[in-house]
Design a protein around this ligand. Structure first.
Ligand code: HEM
Length: 161
């Protein structure tokens, strides 16, 4: 029998940078070993893990704890892969399945739920935008007030001239 994750009560919630690093490291170990996704990083993009992993710590720390340490362009990073390899729904579904399983294996609580829903929304938006298709799993009009407030806060601040 495969090992099941520990019960929610035995798992802590994400509390800060160290937890983000553990989550990201564990997640990309799975991604690198995955038949559908691993070669995209290792062979297609030629990813330098010593720079990609710290970038992803900053990305998730900024998304979940408002750290403000990430600057980058996630859409462009994925759009450039589209002519080179399959970046369709199967790839994004696998990415999300691995991400969700990693979170659930390590953490439980409000931040754990938040990071899974943020990952799901981002995957749906990135998939739709880079492939030029309708956002079939992401409908802004169906967001809860809490989600609207959260996503509004992700927008970069308006710089006054
Ligand atoms: C099919 C699924 C995905 C694949 C195959 C994929 C692959 C990649 C690759 C190859 C890179 C570039 C790494 C390098 O610098 O060499 C990258 C960057 C990145 N990915 Fe993904 N990704 C996927 C989904 C996602 C999702 C759903 C998110 C967000 C929730 C995400 C967030 C990022 C971010 C933040 C970067 C760094 C962009 C930058 O600032 O340069 N990725 N991804």
């Amino acid at each position: 029998m495969p090992a099941s994750p520990p019960p929610p009560t035995a798992r802590p919630d994400l509390t800060g940078r160290a937890d983000i690093e553990l989550l990201v490291n564990t997640f990309y170990e799975k991604v690198r070993a995955d038949a559908l996704l691993g070669f995209i990083f290792n062979d297609v993009a030629g990813t330098d893990w010593s720079t990609h992993l710290p970038k992803m710590y900053a990305f998730w720390e900024t998304m979940i704890f408002r750290a403000g340490t990430y600057t980058g362009n996630p859409l462009a990073a994925h759009a450039r892969l589209v002519p080179l390899t399959a970046m369709g729904r199967p790839q994004f579904d696998r990415w999300l399945a691995l991400f969700t399983a990693t979170v659930d294996g390590l953490f439980a609580g409000e931040k754990a739920e938040h990071i899974k829903s943020a990952a799901s929304d981002m995957a749906n938006v990135i998939h739709a935008k880079i492939n030029g298709v309708e956002q079939d799993r992401y409908d802004y009009s169906k967001l809860t007030p809490e989600q609207r407030a959260r996503y509004a806060s992700y927008k970069p601040p308006v710089v006054q001239p």
